[in-house]
Every structure is written in structure tokens, then in C-alpha cells.
Design a binder for this molecule. Structure first.
Ligand SMILES: NC(=O)c1ccc[n+]([C@@H]2O[C@H](COP(=O)([O-])OP(=O)(O)OC[C@H]3O[C@@H](n4cnc5c(N)ncnc54)[C@H](OP(=O)(O)O)[C@@H]3O)[C@@H](O)[C@H]2O)c1
Length: 209
């Protein structure tokens, strides 16, 4: 699959490297393709990866949004027509360490992204754990759960496949309106990591019987 990852920071790099290993074609959409950190990432990520403008990185099968929340409106201006495209929203609506106060109560960042891009098929995913787990979701004999939410059945199938390709156990939590739970879960992950001092190598596992 041809995947355009907008942003090549912690999350973009982790996902891009993991998918490239599974023979997906990765285009990192960045501000400066010649930046040393981008060149270092390409060298590490290997032959299935390249860097391009944000616009060129959206001419793909699946777009993956991995920029900081504050950058999302600006990036959306650059991505052109994404009608019918699957867009995986990995962001959390944080300004500093706080929830973006400009979001109306009850509206998640995922729904806000979908409102900004009404013709894209948005799936909220890869926002509930740290980038370290995106690089390696294996915890002993278990794999981490990857929760996702969205309104488009086919887009969710694509998201689930891309999560399982890199080792996660994908779990559908429902419509995009349930993205608010995933964003809260991300906040809870941060509480355990930072306030409780558990470190960033923790992840979720859904038990069923
Ligand atoms: N870090 C985690 O473990 C984690 C886990 C789950 C979800 N998230 C969420 O994922 C998102 C990314 O987190 P991160 O840790 O990967 O952030 P990061 O390391 O700071 O990377 C952010 C990326 O966004 C790019 N960017 C910023 N402003 C831009 C603009 N105006 N136009 C184009 N690109 C721009 C940056 O490019 P430059 O290098 O050019 O500045 C960089 O590649 C955030 O919303 C975060 O809440 C993070």
C-alpha cells in the first residue's frame, strides 16, 4: 500500500519505519525534505521510503496525520483534495500538555479533523500509546491492543489491517464520535507514564472471555 505520512517526528517515523519493513511504500510529507533529521530517518527506514512536500504525500492510498495538534489546521490547508481517501488521525488535541480549549465540550479532535476534511474517511487510531510501542507492540508473549474509531466501514478495515501488519491487535471501538474515549485514554496513558512514573513502555491490552 502507498502510505503518505504527514509529519516525520516521533510518531511518523515509528509508523513509517514499521510499515516500510512490511513492504508498504512510505512517503513522508514534510516541510523540508533536505533537513538532516529527515535524511537520517530515510537512511534508517530504508528503500521503501522517501520524503516529499505535504501536498505530494497525499497522492497515496492512505494518509496518516502525525503532526502536532497546533499544526493540523495549517497542514490541512496544504493537503488539497482528499475526497474519499482514508485518513488515519493519530493526533491528540493537546496544546502544551492541556486539552485544546477551543474544542467545544464533547467534540473530539478526531471529529474536528473530520469536520475540517468533510470528504475524507477519517479513522482515529495510533493515538493511545507511545511511539515506542508503535515501533514494537510486543510485550512478552502478548501484543498491545490498538483501539480505533471511525464512521466508514471500509476505512476502518484498512486501518485495522495496517495496525495488524505492524503487530498490533486492532479493536474497533465504534463510530468516530467515540474518538473522545480514545483521546481520554491517551491522557490516562500520560498520567500513568509521567505522574505515576511507569515509563513510556506501557500499553493497553483488552481481555475477553
Ligand atoms: N509522541 C507520542 O508517543 C505520541 C503518541 C500518540 C499520539 N501522539 C500525537 O501524535 C502527534 C505527533 O506527535 P510526535 O510526538 O510525533 O510529534 P513530533 O515528534 O513533535 O513531530 C511532529 C511533526 O510535525 C511536523 N510539523 C509541525 N508543524 C508542521 C507544519 N506546520 N507543517 C508540516 N509539518 C509540521 C514536524 O515537522 P518539523 O520537524 O518540520 O517541525 C514533525 O515532523 C501529536 O498530535 C501527538 O499528540 C504522539
Amino acid at each position: 500500500m502507498k502510505i503518505g505520512i504527514i509529519g516525520a517526528g516521533n510518531v511518523g517515523a515509528a509508523l513509517g519505519k514499521a510499515w516500510a519493513k512490511k513492504e508498504h511504500q512510505i512517503i513522508f510529507g514534510v516541510r523540508d525534505t533536505t533537513a538532516p533529521k529527515v535524511q537520517t530517518l530515510l537512511a534508517l527506514a530504508g528503500a521503501n521510503t522517501c520524503a516529499a512536500s505535504v501536498l505530494d504525500a497525499t497522492n497515496v492510498d492512505v494518509i496518516v496525520l502525525t503532526v502536532t495538534w497546533e499544526a493540523v489546521p495549517e497542514v490541512i490547508q496544504q493537503i488539497g483534495d482528499v475526497s474519499g481517501k482514508v485518513l488515519l488521525d493519530c493526533t491528540n488535541p493537546l496544546v502544551g500538555n492541556k486539552l485544546d480549549a477551543s474544542l467545544d465540550l464533547g467534540i473530539s479532535g478526531g471529529e474536528q479533523v473530520a469536520a475540517w476534511l468533510p470528504h475524507a474517511r477519517v479513522v482515529k487510531i495510533f493515538n493511545t500509546i507511545g511511539w515506542e510501542t508503535m515501533e514494537n507492540p510486543q510485550y512478552g508473549n502478548e501484543v498491545a491492543t490498538m483501539f480505533y474509531a471511525g464512521d466508514d466501514v471500509e476505512a476502518k478495515q484498512v486501518a485495522a489491517k495496517l495496525a495488524s501488519d505492524i503487530g498490533f491487535d486492532p479493536v474497533d471501538v465504534g463510530a468516530l464520535s467515540t474518538a473522545k474515549f480514545l483521546e481520554t485514554l491517551a491522557g490516562f496513558w500520560g498520567q500513568l507514564v509521567y505522574a505515576q512514573g511507569m515509563g513510556r513502555n506501557i500499553a493497553w491490552r483488552l481481555l475477553k472471555r
